[in-house]
Design a protein around this ligand. Structure first.
Ligand code: SF4
Length: 715
């Protein structure tokens, strides 16, 4: 029999924020190869080792193809059995409406995981369900990640999505804190091929200064690397600001007539001298002053901080200070500094700007942001009796048992729910508690437009790609699940459902009305993008202020009252003086989230879930590489293999994120050495950025001692 011809499909990889263009070659229903797309104007042919996982996700035998419901076996154990779509959607609607009718709408909570932003149908159609469930109990991965970025963007620039993006290709000085883009490929900074871009910066005589408690893969490329005591970045940043003001280096450039509040900021940072910051951070006062001077003098300078500084007890203060450093050194809104994007579908124009503190969590009074509560509050909202106690949970593309603080306690709380439904392709550590799981089509079975990450990209581009494979008969896309479930919920509540247009039609409307739309020279529409499957180049980032600002008065007020008050909280804080090891996270280039540990190409070889410890600490504890140790925090303990390395500073230990797949009842086909332990069995729902409610996953106080046996992987 003659072999079928192969077909090449151009596509964006949706696995991480870099959104690289790929060429997927298929023959019949098989993937033959996955390569970088050299014609993609953003990624220029770059891919990372994770791209091959696109194939493993599609063919994963553990991925659900049909809905399942949870039943109790004769032996009393829970298991999930396959059911048809009509039964599954009816069960889901009945379960949700039953709780709403008995306990009110706030008794239903929703949690959206990080993969939701990588799949545009999940973003465009949530409202098809949630316009009928207007609960105050919405949660997402935002509050274990980038909430401080959104809050600072709202306060300084007037919109939660107005992120200043490092213009690395034209920069001469890059001060980077708590970020490891060589492993992550960039975050809140869509920058495919970042490793080469960092090397190019250094090769043209620029400086890359990396601040991190761990000598990361990115730090290895740096012209200067400074280990910092976990949780003290705010001290460093405020001391840099102190120096800029003290040495009269403030230069606002073309923003001079736009910025208010400098005097209040100068007064607030006055107590944070470089000498005092040196005591707190372990970085010398001379080095801190040099950072301030180099930022102020650079012909294109960037101050950027990511996960490591967001997820600590002063995450919002850190992100505010980073942007104020960019502003007062004249590096915001200039080429080679930090610039705002202008995406083809402009979310800044289309989405709400966000808001803060308009309601609080019931039990602890944590503030909402953008109609979401901090996820650190979710377990207590389920377990604490009273009006509006959470009785039902909807999750989409999330695994909060592994990715939110005190995941083991959330796991116990899930069993107290009256009803749980998950929109998810896997039975994982969270969804295994669901009464019904509704699996969407594989990512390669639906079309793709990246709605989220063009907002953060180093260049303005756009691409739309059709599905690679036909969907199996009867399978539903995630947006269709929202539509179908929303219609059933509406019907049961006596409301007339409103069908929405499909996601590609929304994108077409957004493109046509957008800044490069049919009223402009570029004339962008969906049809135009379809004709250019590798994407359309819309040019480099450009200065856009004041026009891009969305603040009510069109100005930037850097003296944010809540942040200035937080400076005083930091000054009075003695928590970091408590002796013990400080736990930080880490990420490997083959990791992204908890959902990527089921792919043989990504997890082959030696297990990566080890506790890193400095040789000096290990010697003092009498430990050697390969020993099993117990790590204990205020809220939990895990047993894990030790890895001794000079990459972490003394007093610091590091566990990677997203592991802990040893729980019974999941349907994942993981080898034992890759199951690992969850760092979120150690993180603490009381250990937060008090200003925003964002989880402080870094800097958690732990003790380390020899374990009796490797019990964690035997559970
Ligand atoms: S860097 Fe991210 S987007 Fe690019 S190939 Fe790797 S996983 Fe995919």
């Amino acid at each position: 029999m003659a072999e079928s011809a192969s077909v090449q499909h151009r596509r964006a990889c949706h696995l991480c924020e870099a959104i690289c263009g790929v060429i997927i070659e298929t023959r019949d229903d098989q993937i033959v190869s996955i390569k970088g797309d050299p014609d993609d104007p953003l990624s220029r042919g770059h891919i990372c080792p994770k791209a091959v996982a696109l194939q493993d996700i599609h063919t994963d035998p553990d991925r659900l193809r049909k809905p399942v419901k949870r039943v109790r076996s004769a032996a009393g154990e829970f298991k999930h059995v396959t059911i048809e779509w009509d039964e599954a959607l009816d069960l889901a609607a009945d379960g949700l409406v039953n709780v709403i009718e008995r306990f009110g709408v706030n008794a239903v909570a929703a949690y959206f995981g990080n993969p939701a932003v990588h799949n545009y149908g999940l973003l465009t159609h949530q409202n098809a369900l949630f316009r009928h469930i207007r609960t105050n109990n919405r949660y997402s991965a935002t509050s274990v990640d980038q909430l401080p970025h959104h809050l600072v963007s709202l306060w300084l620039f007037g919109h939660k999505l107005l992120f200043p993006i490092p213009d690395i290709d034209r920069s001469q000085y890059f001060l980077m804190l708590g970020a490891n883009p060589v492993a992550s490929n960039g975050s809140i900074w869509t920058v495919p091929g970042v490793k080469q871009r960092l090397k190019d910066l250094v090769a043209r005589g620029g400086q890359l200064v990396v601040i991190d408690p761990r000598r990361t893969e990115t730090a290895e490329l740096a012209t200067s690397y400074f280990p910092i005591k976990p949780g003290t970045d705010a001290w460093l940043l405020l001391a840099i600001l102190n120096t800029v003001f003290d040495e009269q280096r403030v230069n606002l450039g073309h923003l001079a007539s736009l910025v208010d509040g400098l005097e209040q900021v100068a007064a607030a940072v006055a107590p944070f001298s470089p000498e005092q910051a040196a005591e707190q951070t372990g970085i010398s006062a001379d080095a801190i002053r040099s950072m301030a001077r180099d930022m102020a003098a650079a012909d294109g300078g960037i101050c950027y901080g990511r996960m490591g500084v967001s997820t600590q007890r002063y995450g919002t203060l850190c992100q505010w200070a980073i942007q104020v450093i960019n502003i007062v050194t004249g590096q915001l809104d200039r080429e080679g500094g930090s610039l705002f994007t202008l995406p083809a579908v402009d979310q800044v124009a289309a989405a709400s700007p966000g808001g803060f503190g308009r309601h609080q969590s019931r039990v602890r009074g944590l503030p909402e942001f953008d109609r979401e509560l901090p996820v650190a509050a979710l377990a207590e909202e389920i377990t604490t009796p009273g009006d509006d106690q959470v009785r039902a949970l909807f999750t989409a593309a999330g695994n909060p048992v592994l990715s939110t603080p005190e995941g083991h306690h959330l796991e116990q709380a899930l069993e107290q729910l009256a009803f749980m439904v998950s929109l998810d392709p896997w039975i994982n550590e969270t969804t295994r508690h669901a009464d019904v799981i509704l699996p969407p089509t594989s990512p390669l079975e639906h079309d793709h437009y990246d709605l989220a990450f063009h907002v953060n990209a180093v260049r303005n581009t756009a691409r739309y790609n059709p599905p690679v494979f036909e969907r199996p008969e009867g399978a539903l896309h995630d947006w269709e699940i929202f539509e179908a479930l929303g219609a059933r919920v509406a019907q049961r509540l006596g409301v007339t459902p409103k069908p929405s247009m499909p996601p590609h039609a929304m994108i077409d409307a957004g493109l046509q009305a957008g800044p490069y739309g049919t009223h402009t020279e570029q004339g962008l529409s969906l049809a135009r993008l379809q004709a250019q499957p590798s994407g359309v180049d819309l040019g480099p980032l450009k200065p856009q202020l004041p026009g891009r600002l969305r603040t009510p008065n069109g100005r930037i007020d850097v003296a944010v009252g809540a942040v200035l008050a937080d400076c005083e909280r930091l000054l009075a804080d003695t928590e970091l003086a408590t002796p013990g090891y400080r736990l930080i996270g880490r990420r490997h280039v083959r990791d992204c989230n908890s959902w990527m540990h089921n792919y043989r190409r990504l997890v082959k070889g030696k297990g990566r879930c080890t506790l890193m410890m400095h040789p000096g600490d290990a010697e003092r504890e009498g430990l050697t590489t390969g020993d099993w140790v117990q790590v204990q925090s205020r809220v939990g303990a895990v047993d894990v293999e030790l890895e001794i390395t000079e990459a972490v500073a003394q007093g610091v230990v590091s566990l990677p994120h997203g592991y802990g797949h040893h729980r019974a009842g999941t349907q994942l086909n993981l080898a034992q050495q890759h199951a690992g332990v969850s760092c979120n069995d150690l993180t603490d729902t009381d250990y937060l950025d008090a200003l925003s409610g964002n989880a402080a996953l870094n800097g958690v106080l732990v003790q380390v001692q020899r374990a009796k046996s490797p019990t964690a992987v035997q559970q």
